[in-house]
Design a protein around this ligand. Sequence first.
Ligand code: SAM
Length: 286
Amino acid sequence: MDALKAILKKYLSQRTRQGACKFLYSLAYYAEYFLWGGKFKERVLLGLLRQYYASKFRREWIFSGQPPHFFDQRMTYFSFGYGKRVVGPYSLFRGFFVADILRDGDKLLDIGCGDGFFARRFHAARSAHIDAIDIDPKALRSATSDNSAPNIVYCLLDAANQPFPSDTYDVVVWDGAIGHFSKTDCIQVLEKICKVLSPEGVFVGSESLGKEGSDHLEFFSSLDDLHLLFKPYFKHVELRCVSYRIGVKGETTRQEAYWRCSNSPKRLQECHWQEYLPAEGLSSDN
Ligand SMILES: C[S@@+](CC[C@H](N)C(=O)[O-])C[C@H]1O[C@@H](n2cnc3c(N)ncnc32)[C@H](O)[C@@H]1O
């Protein structure tokens, strides 16, 4: 490339070179447009993808007879970004809440990772390493095919009855999965989480409140239930609830609980919104 530039410089004037460059850029612009551009192409491609995901949803959740234990979150993401119905970002909040607490270089454990969407799209950008575990081979097949990354290791593993892949983690995520465990298994997992969390480590997760999920073994009706469950294990238990509409036509309201627990207040406080105090002399009151 450098040799070509040197030859062109030698034989062509600066003005000719600039004109040629302009011509080549407009050629590239139109080539791009005809190959990949245009509103029509976008409409057709999005329409195809919309039909693809709608059909996937019908096959997996209506016609299959036995719905999966995890959701292909690409469907959630697509309907948020390109769906006809306005759904809002609420089903993705769990990912944002974990992303908010992550520090560069964290080691993270994702329990019941499902299709790996949140591990790959939300947790992997900051984490140095992620162990993402699930008991369902189908979930892991989906995760490795759609959401693999060099810093994620997917493991087929029963979180309650088998050892975690490593002895220490900065962040442990248990999103949308705690209800899939029996009461005894849940206690077992919490004890294991306490053992592997680093001193400033954070346990973060989410679960729908009420009777949601045909494959659930345990239900939590309020934030009080979750507080009662976590308090024996953590000095600091932070909880909040967000309600939003779900279902094909938005016919159901989901109450989703989120938690952040730790034995040190440090990382929790780092995420808190603070009343902003301007630097001395810069206050608008002056
Ligand atoms: C509803 S999915 C949640 C997936 C993902 N965390 C998310 O938020 O989209 C619950 C997952 O927990 C997994 N699971 C249930 N029992 C488990 C166990 N004992 N050990 C590991 N994973 C388990 C299920 O296979 C399922 O993939």
